[in-house]
Design a protein around this ligand. Structure first.
Ligand SMILES: Nc1ncnc2c1ncn2[C@@H]1O[C@H](COS(=O)(=O)NC(=O)[C@@H](N)CS)[C@@H](O)[C@H]1O
Ligand SMILES: [Zn+2]
Length: 482
């Protein structure tokens, strides 16, 4: 059994995804506020594994965890012009408490720049306080008016990761952005998720940023999902919030700042990219159950498959593997269905013949292949197979992403790509905003930006901008997005 059927996953992805969020026990969407869902135990366990990895990367790179209030006074929110312009249509307001109207209206944080930066102004006094690196994983609120979708576009972003840093120079802020990219790369590998990094065009950067980088993944329907962003703010916010420090030579400078943001979209990407028609397929790194053992008793056979299953479970647990034995009194086929839906990466089936022969059957969730292994070396076999599953998930996703990136030279070719399978189009561009916007219009797609780092963004010699005919300086990426 090789290729797994991925018809529904690929042809009716949206329906497949919405169903799976409920049936696999990730979230309950019936909460009576639009765009706000309830984390169910199984889904939350998976999200917690992702968060634990982020916390460990923050620890490794010297970020301190903080926790800010969720409410921000309008006076604080109003300080950075571009940021306000970008967010005022997206914030939820709190105007009353009890029977009393509030003298200063409050907003629910859409992200925490305007909550944090007046405090940064108090905390950061000297160059010795830099680089200053804090983060938090909190809920943030955005009045999304486009179609909301669980984990992907929600109004309460309940697992919003935001790192905020301050530096004594543009160069050190750039070093921070490089570190963010490294952290992101480690996380993407942990999730077996391939991605591309693009530098956003000026008209689509984060409100108040000098530039923004976006990390995009390819979803099964050929649209991209932005699952992370890194922003260099230069001194824009420091000037608005008076974040100054005393330099070694005694004068005062505004700090340079960066931010790095991700959310529960990371889990949406894992569910979408690795899934198949039977449901989720979880990378072993974040699977709450890595191995499910299904004992298959036969009425007349006296072999005690339950005791045998228990022994194997004990040995695997002792080796640090997350194991569950499904002892429910239902047909094995029903058990297989449930655990395949929940994406358990590896199943072990043990029947009387396996007990007698001191064997076990391993069933891989990613390829549905089965292999018989000896009882003695089972821990090593399981470990090896879990690693092979992780590798295979990453490789399969990589091939999918690669096959959805197409380099073209004309608008017509680009349109044909989108007609065929959507995906990402790379096309020469002169760098003028008007030409970029015209291509977005013509392709009915968003410009993700130019490849990052810069050296990958240059157009090959002699290429022309398909809009104005001038020499193309860059390669620009376009895609239908979430
Ligand atoms: N409505 C939403 N639902 C789920 N995730 C979202 C939503 N809006 C943004 N995100 C995720 O949150 C990440 C950070 O958001 S952001 O606006 O791009 N950047 C910031 O807010 C910066 N202050 C960095 S923390 C995005 O990359 C995206 O993956
Ligand atoms: Zn042009």
């Amino acid at each position: 059994m090789g290729k797994v059927e991925r018809k529904k996953w690929s042809e009716e992805f949206s329906e497949w995804y919405n169903e799976l969020i409920e049936t696999a026990g990730i979230q309950d969407k019936r909460y009576p506020v639009k765009g706000m869902n309830i984390w169910l135990p199984y889904g939350l366990k998976i999200m917690r594994s992702i968060e634990r990895f982020i916390h460990s990367e923050m620890e490794r790179t010297g970020h301190d965890e903080v926790l800010f209030p969720a409410l921000i006074p309008e006076t604080e929110f109003q300080k950075e012009a571009e940021h306000i312009a970008g967010f005022e249509g997206e914030v939820f307001w709190v105007t009353h408490a009890g029977h009393d109207p509030l003298d200063i209206r409050l907003i629910l944080r859409p992200t925490s720049e305007t909550a944090m930066y007046s405090m940064f102004s108090l905390w950061i006094r000297s160059h010795a306080d830099l680089p200053f690196k804090v983060y938090q994983i909190v809920n943030t609120y955005r009045y999304e008016t486009k179609h909301t979708r669980p984990l992907i576009r929600v109004r309460e972003i309940s697992r919003f990761f935001e790192a905020h840093t301050a530096h004594d120079s543009f160069e050190d802020a750039e070093r921070q952005i490089k570190e963010d990219l490294e952290i992101f790369d480690n996380l993407a590998r942990f999730l077996a998720i391939p991605y591309i990094i693009s530098k956003r065009p000026d008209w689509d950067k984060f409100p108040g940023a000098y530039y923004s980088l976006g990390a995009e993944v390819m979803m099964p329907d050929g649209r991209t999902l932005q699952i992370g962003t890194m922003h260099n703010y230069r001194q824009n916010f420091a000037k608005a919030y008076n974040i100054q420090y005393e330099t070694e030579s005694g004068d005062h400078e505004y700090a340079h700042q960066t931010t790095f943001g991700m959310s529960e979209r990371l889990l949406a990407a894992v569910i979408a990219i690795h899934g198949d028609d039977r449901g989720m397929v979880l990378p072993p790194t974040i699977a709450p159950i890595q191995v499910v053992i299904v004992p298959i008793p036969k009425k007349d056979a006296e072999a005690d498959v339950f005791a045998y299953a228990g022994e194997i479970a004990e040995e695997l647990r002792a080796a640090g593997i997350r194991v569950h034995i499904d002892e429910r009194d239902i047909r094995p086929g029903r058990k297989f269905y449930d655990w395949e839906l929940k994406g358990v990466p590896l199943r072990i089936e043990v029947g009387p013949r396996d007990v007698a022969g001191r064997k076990a059957v391993l069933a891989r969730r990613d390829t549905l292949e089965k292999l018989v292994v000896g009882r003695e070396g089972i821990v090593e076999e399981v470990r090896k197979t879990l690693d092979a599953i992780h590798e295979n998930l990453h490789k399969r996703a990589e091939e999918f992403l690669e096959s959805h990136i197409k380099r073209v030279e004309t608008i017509e070719e680009a349109k044909a790509v989108f007609e065929d399978r959507r995906g990402i189009v790379e096309i020469p561009w002169c760098g003028e905003e008007s030409c970029g916007l015209e291509m977005e219009e013509a392709l009915d797609a968003k410009m993700l930006g130019t490849p990052y780092p810069e050296e990958k963004a240059k157009a090959p010699e002699g290429k022309k901008c398909p809009v104005c005919g001038r020499e193309a300086k860059f390669i620009a990426r376009f895609a239908r997005t979430y």
